[in-house]
Design a protein. Structure first.
Length: 92
């Protein structure tokens, strides 16, 4: 969006619009795992022993755990104390 705003004319907006369309296509093809009853129960189990982990991060971890999914993150340290959670650093 910043590149679109910085473009001096419509010809200069072609490439940023193409990148935006590509990103939207990528997001539309992602599977979104829900914070459902199983994840909520896992969250409640994790919460007492992970007081320093933010509530949103702990909910994300609970979703990954109940779905046997690998959590892809740039912030491994936010999740590395959660036993059984599979992690992958997407930035490496």
């Amino acid at each position: 969006m910043a590149a679109l705003g910085a473009a001096q004319n419509s010809a200069a907006q072609v490439r940023p619009y193409a990148r935006l369309t590509m990103q939207l296509d990528n997001y539309c093809n992602l599977q979104i795992l829900p914070f459902d009853e199983k994840a909520a129960a896992e969250y409640e189990t994790l919460r007492p022993s992970h007081r320093r982990t933010s509530s949103p991060d702990l909910k994300i971890a609970a979703i990954a755990l109940v779905n046997s999914a690998t959590l892809i993150t740039q912030n491994i340290r936010d999740f590395d104390t959660i036993v059984g959670l599979k992690l992958k650093d997407w930035s490496r």
